[in-house]
Write a protein that binds this ligand. Structure first.
Ligand SMILES: C[S@@+](CC[C@H](N)C(=O)[O-])C[C@H]1O[C@@H](n2cnc3c(N)ncnc32)[C@H](O)[C@@H]1O
Length: 266
C-alpha cells in the first residue's frame, strides 16, 4: 500500500517544514514533490507525516538527510559533455572578447557536491589562457556544500573524464580522487537559496543547470528576472538540458546557442 498526502496534510507539512528549514516547498512542482515526500516518509520510515515532522525536528541528522533527498543532489563532472564543448569552443571566445582585462566573475548557482564548479575551473584554467577568473559556487544544502569543499570523489568511471583535465584529479585509494589545490583555490563555496536570497552581481557567466526543472513557472520567472539583473551586459547564462527559456527576451536574455543565453540590454 502507498500512503499519500491529502491536500490538508500537505499544506500543514509545507508550513511546518518552512518553519524548520526556511525552504519554500510551494515553489517546487507539487505532484513531483508530494510523491517524493510520501515515498520517503512511508517507505523509509513507515511514519505518519506528523510523526515524521517530529523526527526531523528533533534529529538533526535525519533533517539533513531529508533535505538532501528533497533537493536532489545528483551531479557529475562535465555532465552532458556536449554542452561543455559548446562552452569551450563557442562561448569562451565571447567571454574573452567582452572581458576588459579584469577578472572574469562566474557563479555556479546550484552547485551540489561541487562537480560543476570544479569542471568549470578546470575548463577555464585550460582554455582561458591569460585571463584570470573567480567562481562563486552556491547551493541551498549545507551538507552537500561540505562535501563540495572537501573535494574528494569516488569516480568509478574516471576514464570518462576528458584527458585534458585528468591532471587535476589526484588519485587516492579505491577509485577515490581529490581535486588539486590549484583548482580548489579558484572557488568560494557558500549557502544561497535561489528562491529568496540576494544574488551575486556583475557576472560574466552564470551557470544554473538541472535545478530549474523542479520549480513551478512563477518561481522560474522570478529567478530568470533576477539572473538577468545579476549578469553584466553581454554576460552569459548557461542552463541545463530541458531548461530552455521560452520567452527569454522578456528578461533581456537572447538565445545564442542551445543552453546559452546572452544578456542583451536594449
Ligand atoms: C540535480 S542538482 C544539480 C547540480 C549541478 N548543477 C548539475 O547540473 O550537475 C540540483 C541542486 O539544486 C539544489 N537546490 C534545490 N533547490 C534549491 C534552491 N531553492 N536554491 C539553491 N539550490 C537549490 C540542490 O540542493 C541540488 O544540489
Amino acid at each position: 500500500m502507498e500512503y499519500n498526502f491529502d491536500d490538508q496534510e500537505y499544506e500543514w507539512f509545507k508550513d511546518e517544514f518552512y518553519k524548520l528549514s526556511k525552504l519554500n516547498l510551494n515553489k517546487y512542482k507539487q505532484d513531483q514533490m508530494k510523491r517524493r515526500i510520501s515515498t520517503y516518509v512511508y517507505r523509509r520510515f513507515k511514519l505518519t507525516y506528523k510523526e515524521f515532522m517530529k523526527l526531523i525536528t528533533e534529529n538533526e541528522y535525519e533533517f539533513n538527510a531529508f533535505l538532501e533527498y528533497l533537493t536532489i543532489n545528483v551531479s557529475e563532472f562535465f555532465r552532458n559533455i556536449e554542452q561543455w564543448d559548446i562552452l569551450k569552443n563557442e562561448i569562451l571566445p565571447i567571454l574573452m572578447s567582452e572581458s576588459k582585462g579584469g577578472k572574469l566573475k562566474i557563479w555556479s548557482s546550484a552547485c551540489s557536491s561541487g562537480e560543476e564548479p570544479y569542471s568549470l575551473a578546470m575548463l577555464l584554467t585550460k582554455h582561458l589562457k591569460g585571463y584570470d577568473f573567480e567562481i562563486v559556487a552556491t547551493d541551498i544544502d549545507e551538507g552537500i556544500l561540505k562535501r563540495a569543499k572537501n573535494a574528494v570523489y569516488k569516480l568509478e568511471n574516471f576514464e570518462k573524464i576528458p584527458d585534458e583535465y585528468k591532471q587535476w584529479f589526484i588519485a587516492k585509494d579505491y577509485d577515490m580522487y581529490e581535486i588539486s589545490n590549484e583548482i580548489k583555490s579558484k572557488i568560494t563555496f557558500s549557502k544561497l537559496d535561489l528562491l529568496k536570497d540576494i544574488y551575486p552581481a556583475d557576472l560574466d557567466l552564470l551557470v544554473c543547470r538541472n535545478v530549474l526543472i523542479y520549480f513551478i513557472e512563477e518561481a522560474k520567472e522570478e529567478i530568470y528576472a533576477k539572473f538577468s539583473n545579476s549578469l553584466k551586459n553581454n554576460g552569459i547564462l548557461f542552463v541545463g538540458s530541458s531548461e530552455q527559456i521560452v520567452n527569454s527576451l522578456d528578461y533581456e536574455l537572447k538565445a545564442i546557442k542551445t543552453y546559452f543565453y546572452q544578456k542583451d540590454k536594449k
